[in-house]
Design a binder for this molecule. Structure first.
Ligand SMILES: [Zn+2]
Length: 483
């Protein structure tokens, strides 16, 4: 029997704000433990929460970009649970009336709509640090700096059917959030966290199987591996005649396996009730509308505009718009020159040389030692024939090392392409003299032998001869000499 998998993702995103969700404590990452706390976020008796408007605004932006309905009235709720990193013993979240609902995100290949059930606002909990060592010396430390940091929880419908689709959904979601500048989405710092609900069922059957919640996936790779593992585990268990238990499992990225953490809580275990310290949140429709009007260009729109305005291939447009900063870098470079070939050559240099180099060193476009005006200058020199493509790579190396502009590098090192007929002829004569075997083969009809002669001229000219001219000159010389 064949099985199919049904996957829904719950993504927690840290909203980029100066202060926490209900107090004015700062949100900076990496501060010394418990240096960013106050009576409100540590839940002292009598302290009252005050809602951060910027966090609401960022969530509304995200909701609109993900085609969600924004509720003009929403309610905060207390989610009760006891855990040492949660000093209030409850988390302020939203339950019955979230800020937004019923949207979708398109994922491609094949184009597919993944429904978004809801996006709600909630506060983060603190962090526990467990010491390692012999049992009698073991203890745990609590750092509450993270307590009260604003999060949005984005819950998808169970519309995802493979680990690859889950990865695609996540990367498109991350891209959108970065375009909106509502979060830095850094998985390593925990500002984007993903849990998955996974079940399997015989293909073609409508009823859902028992779902298992998977936690602790700390990277995009981890999400894909963990989901693939869990699908296999469930199918294997069913084939063995076992029953799937509803539970929460932890992914162990080192061992590449999941293990049971606890039996899954039901919503009623949390005894949700409306937060008595906060009024229902009411938003004016005009305020929501203003945010809608101010939304930036989103990834799919930018990709289409790149296809249309710069006549790029689908692939290049997708790569260049995969990151808002990369797209900005490209446009800043292209704007330097109106030539029609310019967008294409700039795209080639960015997608191959520049990105290749950045990836090698684990850097992003923001770390690029080469600036848009400098890259534009390099592309201009290639198009004008001042330097050959081969020399351009040498110049690019030097630009990467020294951050200097390409014109000064070319001038200083005398790298200008040689187009002069006389000079090329001298090199060609020398190459013919030094490679009698290649000459003989070429004259015997072996066209390929010419490559060796071209290579020899390029070497003699230290890469500066124009390859097109070299080709013509050699052919001319070889046919005259043989007569
Ligand atoms: Zn505080």
């Amino acid at each position: 029997m064949d099985y199919e998998s049904v996957i829904g993702l719950e993504v927690h995103v840290q909203i980029k704000t100066e202060s926490k969700l209900f107090c004015s404590c700062p949100t900076g990452f990496g501060a010394s433990p418990n240096s960013q706390i106050c009576p409100i976020c540590t839940g002292q008796p009598g302290a009252l929460p005050v809602l951060n408007q910027k966090a609401v605004e960022s969530l509304v932006k995200t909701a609109l970009a993900l085609n969600c309905r924004v509720n003009e009235e929403s309610i905060f709720a207390r989610k009760q649970y006891f855990y040492p990193d949660l000093p209030k013993n409850y988390q302020i979240s939203q339950y019955e009336k979230p800020l937004s609902e019923k949207g979708y995100l398109m994922i491609s290949e094949p184009a597919k709509k993944v429904g978004i059930t809801r996006i709600h606002l909630e506060e983060d909990a603190g962090k526990l640090l467990h010491t390692i060592g012999p049992v009698e010396l073991k203890y745990s430390l609590v750092d509450l700096n993270r307590t009260g940091i604003p999060l949005m929880e984005i819950v998808s419908e169970p519309d995802i059917s493979s680990p690859e689709e889950a990865q695609e959904y996540l990367s498109r979601l991350k891209m959108t959030l970065q375009y909106l500048e509502v979060s830095d989405c850094d998985m390593e710092k925990g500002s984007l966290r993903c849990d998955a609900n996974i079940s399997v069922r015989p293909s073609g059957i409508k009823t859902l199987g028992t779902k298992v919640e998977l936690k602790n996936m700390n990277s995009f790779r981890g999400v894909q591996d963990a989901i693939a593992y869990e699908i296999e585990r469930q199918i294997g268990a069913i084939r063995q005649g076992e029953r799937i238990v509803q539970e929460t499992r932890l992914w162990d990225a080192g061992k590449k396996e999941s293990r049971p953490m606890r039996s899954k809580e039901e919503a009623h275990d949390y005894r949700y009730f409306p937060e008595p310290d906060l009024l229902p949140l009411r938003l004016e429709s005009q305020w929501i509308e203003n945010i809608r009007q101010s939304l930036p260009e989103l990834p799919a729109d930018k990709r289409n505009r790149f296809l249309r305005d710069y006549l790029l291939s689908e692939y290049d447009a997708a790569v260049l718009t995969s990151d808002i900063h990369l797209a900005d870098f490209y446009e800043k470079t292209v704007k330097q020159n109106p030539l029609p070939q310019f967008p294409k050559i700039v795209s080639n240099w960015i997608t191959t040389e520049l990105l290749g180099r950045l990836n090698e060193q684990n850097k992003t476009i923001l770390d690029s030692p080469i600036s848009p005006p400098h890259l534009a200058e390099l592309a201009e020199m290639i198009l004008a024939g001042t330097i050959s493509g081969k020399i351009a790579k040498t110049v690019f190396d030097e630009m990467w090392q020294s951050r200097r502009n390409p014109k000064s590098i070319v001038q200083e090192k005398g790298l200008t392409q040689v187009l002069d007929e006389k000079e090329i002829e001298n090199w060609a004569a020398l190459a013919i003299q030094q490679n009698p075997k290649a000459v003989e083969e070429f004259r015997g009809g072996k066209e390929k032998a010419l490559q060796a002669l071209i290579g020899s001229v390029m070497k003699l000219s230290k890469g500066k001869a124009n390859p097109e001219r070299v080709n013509q000159t050699l052919k001319k010389k070889l046919s005259i000499d043989s007569k």
